[in-house]
Design a protein around this ligand. Structure first.
Ligand code: ADP
Length: 432
């Protein structure tokens, strides 16, 4: 069968157009311009007077007219067709194209369609839009040019276009779904953050009062109530720590935590910290020491955040080490490795307590993670201490890790740069 040369040129031109359109469709991210591009392409490629597109509305179980260039947006929105007794519905259901021409056929469906769409209709070529094996809509070309009939070529080119269009529409919708889910999550996240911020704020005042009064009462207390007061104080302090951990994590999540940098002596800092824990250690018959090399070492960091991180490690070491045990808090200078511009200060807390099993070691820095069930634990806490420490360290562009052997003890360590890099503009030659 020889092909008419004019027809061949026509085909090549159509294919070139199709290629061009496929590029447009693949890069359009919003639905309205995408639908317009599809409809324009359908009209040109099939040499029709107009085209329009219907998308399935699963809630209404109808096909909704989404774009018809001869109608206003309001008029377009008002039109939807049922799946039964309509050309579009039939194409959608069967997932097969359909052609209707005035000539030689029952013209009533065309008249009905024309009335519905507000446009005299002589001929219709309708193809389904199929995305991942599911029909999602229908693309219709109407009124073939020159009053002629739609050909097999028109059918196959419109089907090809429909494949491209359905993929593009399906992808845009997927992206929209993901975005919607993301917004929903962010607003939930915001609600959670607000709740934590408000709750921790509201907890702080009564807790402060309880602690203040109990401490005051303890001063002149008779020996028989001393123990009870200590229980109150201990538990209020525990609660305070939980509230503080929650609110700190929340602030870190929200990005509202700033680094307040200062240069300070590591030795003085550790002495002060360890001093604050001496009585706890003595009560538990644990020996507590600190060690800094070199002694005069300085660090530029947010002192309060480093203190929170180290306190959380120290709290844990003292809790998970039995009487007669040892806890050592240390700091040492680590020179910059090759390729690094700034050296590090490494802090560590070493204990010879109960240790942590290797398979749990990966998870202890996760939020709310505790080894063993919460109820069987011998001390309070929400499993936040280590994740707070981690956040504080990472905020300094440092890292934290743990080594441990069950029954032998644990070593928790973190490194922070010995100074934070100068920010852009103010830096010297080496600054990035
Ligand atoms: P919490 O504040 O509830 O103690 P953390 O995040 O501080 O939570 O610690 C998580 C878990 O890691 C603890 O429940 C504990 O089982 C384990 N852990 C932390 N530090 C030590 C340690 N020094 N020795 C043994 N286990 C530890």
């Amino acid at each position: 069968m020889s092909m008419n040369p004019a027809l061949a040129v026509d085909r090549v031109q159509r294919l070139e157009r199709l290629l061009e359109i496929s590029r447009v469709l693949a890069t359009t991210r919003d639905l309205p311009p995408l639908l317009k591009a599809v409809v324009d392409a359908a009209t040109v490629l099939t040499d029709s007077e107009v085209s329009c597109i219907f998308l399935y509305d699963p809630e209404a179980q109808q096909l909704r007219l989404e774009f018809a260039p001869w109608l206003t947006p309001e008029a377009t929105q008002a039109i939807s067709v049922p799946l039964d007794h309509s050309i579009a519905g039939q194409v959608f259901r069967r997932k097969r194209p359909a052609v209707l021409q005035v000539r030689g056929q029952d013209s009533r469906p065309l008249q009905a369609l024309g009335q519905q769409l507000g446009l005299p209709t002589r001929s219709v070529l309708a193809v389904p839009l199929i995305f991942r094996d599911k029909a999602i809509g229908v693309l219709k070309a109407m009124n073939k040019g020159g009053g002629s009939d739609y050909t097999g070529d028109d059918g196959s080119i419109l089907e090809t276009l429909s494949v491209l269009a359905a993929t593009a529409i399906g992808n845009v919708r997927l992206v929209e779904d993901v975005q919607a889910a993301y917004h929903q999550l962010s607003s939930l996240d915001q609600a959670k953050s607000d709740f934590i911020a408000i709750a921790s704020h509201e907890f702080r005042t009564p807790l402060g009062l309880i602690l203040g009064h109990a401490t005051f009462l303890r001063e002149g207390a008779k020996p028989e109530v001393l123990e009870q007061l200590d229980v109150i104080i201990r538990n209020a302090e525990r609660l305070k720590k939980i509230v503080e951990d929650l609110s700190r994590l929340n602030q870190l999540d929200q990005g509202t935590t700033e680094l307040r940098l200062e240069v300070f002596s590591v030795q003085e800092f550790l002495d002060e910290l360890v001093h604050g824990y001496e009585s706890t250690a003595t009560e538990r018959y644990i020996s507590l020491n600190d060690e800094v090399t070199p002694v005069g070492m300085l660090v530029e960091a947010d002192r309060e955040k480093i203190q929170i991180a180290l306190s959380n490690l120290l709290d844990n070491a003292l809790s998970f080490t039995g009487p007669g045990g040892h806890v050592l808090v240390g700091a040492r200078q680590v020179p910059a490795a090759t390729g690094e511009r700034i050296g590090w200060v490494e802090f560590e807390v070493v204990d010879d307590g109960i240790g942590i099993a290797a398979d749990k070691l990966q998870r202890i820095f996760d939020r709310f993670y505790q080894v063993g069930s919460h109820l069987r634990r011998r001390r309070g806490g929400l499993g936040l201490g280590l994740s707070v420490a981690k956040s504080m360290v990472e905020r300094h562009k440092g890292r934290i890790w743990a080594e441990s052997l069950v029954g032998k003890g644990s070593r928790f360590a973190f490194r922070v740069p010995e100074r934070q890099r100068p920010s852009r503009g103010e830096g010297g030659a080496g600054a990035s």
